[in-house]
Design a protein around this ligand. Structure first.
Ligand code: SAM
Length: 224
């Protein structure tokens, strides 16, 4: 099974649990609000979320662009996207659209004002190339914001990192292999770093914040 299909099988199977974690983990709502505001959107703008999952960021993105803006969520896992679609229908949002598609070949034809991706680039085979492609989709002055979790480099982080490594193994498809060819957390750190290096290389201005004792990093770049 390829990385992409095992990710779809994994997230499809655990959609309900993931939805609860994505919405109710303490502090996560504030992080999502912060990520949406780091996009520096204006009313009427168009924003795309790559790998939107069950739609936990969609309310914050819609708040930024208002009723006259447009929000598009892209994800390749059907059952995950069904939850995002239910949310949009329940809230009656006519300007929020969820689309099944591959974020590495996004089904976006016109340029947009902002792109958000939270907890996704660590799953991509070629994160640097994909981030570069996302930058190409932005209007001049548009922003790309990446939020990811990886090991912390804080001096007190050893126990936090041990817990994080366990969560990474449990949440890395196909889950609990006896042996991995590459350690899941090492490849996660490499992908998250490669994605940020690519964003920095393309950005006229960059902002970076660490959250949750350095486990979560939020990086935004303005593309001119
Ligand atoms: C850890 S979840 C994050 C979901 C959401 N961004 C959030 O913050 O709750 C990763 C999501 O990325 C999606 N995903 C991973 N690779 C993708 C790709 N190449 N194209 C589209 N979706 C992808 C998965 O289906 C899953 O829904």
């Amino acid at each position: 099974m390829s990385g992409a299909s095992s990710a779809q099988a994994f997230y499809g199977r655990w959609a309900a649990l993931y939805d609860a974690v994505a919405r109710h983990t303490p502090g996560v709502a504030r992080l999502r609000e912060r990520a949406a505001s780091a996009l520096r959107l204006s009313a009427g703008d168009t924003v795309v979320e790559m790998g939107c999952g069950t739609g936990a960021n969609l309310p914050y993105l819609r708040e930024q662009v208002g009723p006259d803006g447009t929000v598009v969520g892209v994800d390749f896992t059907g059952p995950i996207l069904d939850r995002a679609r239910d949310l949009v229908e329940r809230r009656g949002w006519e300007n929020v659209h969820v689309v099944r598609g591959d974020a590495t070949r996004p089904p976006i034809t016109d340029s947009v004002d902002g792109i958000l991706s939270t907890f996704v680039v660590g799953m991509l085979a070629e994160p640097a190339g994909t981030v570069d492609d996302w930058c190409d989709l932005l209007n001049a002055g548009g922003h790309l914001v990446l939020v990811d979790a990886a090991e912390s480099d804080r001096w007190y982080a050893a126990p936090i990192n041990a817990a994080f490594r366990a969560v990474t193994v449990l949440s890395t498809p196909p889950t609990l292999r006896v042996r991995y060819e590459n350690s899941p957390h090492e490849s996660l750190v490499r992908r998250v770093t490669d994605a940020r290096d690519a964003l920095r290389a393309r950005s006229a201005a960059v902002a970076h914040e660490d959250h949750w004792a350095g486990i979560v990093r939020l990086t935004g770049g303005r593309i001119d």
